[in-house]
Ligand binder design. Sequence first.
Ligand code: 5GP
Length: 235
Amino acid sequence: MTARDTRIADAGVIGTRAPRRGHVFVIAAPSGTGKTTICRRILERDPALRLSTSHTTRKPRAGEQDGVHYHFVTTGRFRELVAEGRFLEHAEYGGNVYGTSWNAIENPLGLGHDVVLEIEVQGAAQVKKRIADACLIFLLPPSLAVLEERLRGRGTDDEAVIQRRMALSDRELAAAEIFDYAVVNDDLERAVEEVLLVIHAVREGQEDSIRARFGRAAVMTAFLAAQARAASPRR
Ligand code: 5GP
């Protein structure tokens, strides 16, 4: 093969098959559900997955690096990128704006990687509208009481932020109807296994095998019934 042939073969034209285009997996959850930890673990466990790096106008927290955890931009720059049509989705959350650029996902998808978007629910709805076969997975905390405890334990946010995030989590639970699957994070290792089961079933075109167990409607109904029982215990 000439050098040119090798380049063409590398691009999947001859000699090798073009890689299958990857799937988009959206993972959303009320803040404090353990979404970031679960995403980190599933990425460690499944080498075919890539995490999309979002843009945000929020200031970096201690230890966060530009271009790694987020692309940190000013509000003005974010607006310019929106006007240029650079975002697959974007949403305001807790006083800041966050968005997934097309750039963040197109390259890995084209190379056959499945891409994970760790985003909030308004953005998830926009992804579903634009990428019809995107798989939306909603993570639930063991209970709303545990969610509040976790937000406080995290120690990164002050009281006003925690209160704002608890109010937001109500809105997020209400918006969960658009999701395909739901997983309860009452045990981290189990939740990681379950999210991977969903991802692998979707990747292999075997969604029938997971619907009964992880279908969003069934999981959410059980979760909300448990919250209602906890809120009004029998005397
Ligand atoms: P944090 O400020 O804690 O990093 O993120 C706040 C919320 O914004 C989290 O729910 C996070 O998942 C979400 N988020 C992060 N990146 C994006 C994004 O690109 N788009 C949307 N819609 N939400 C995002």
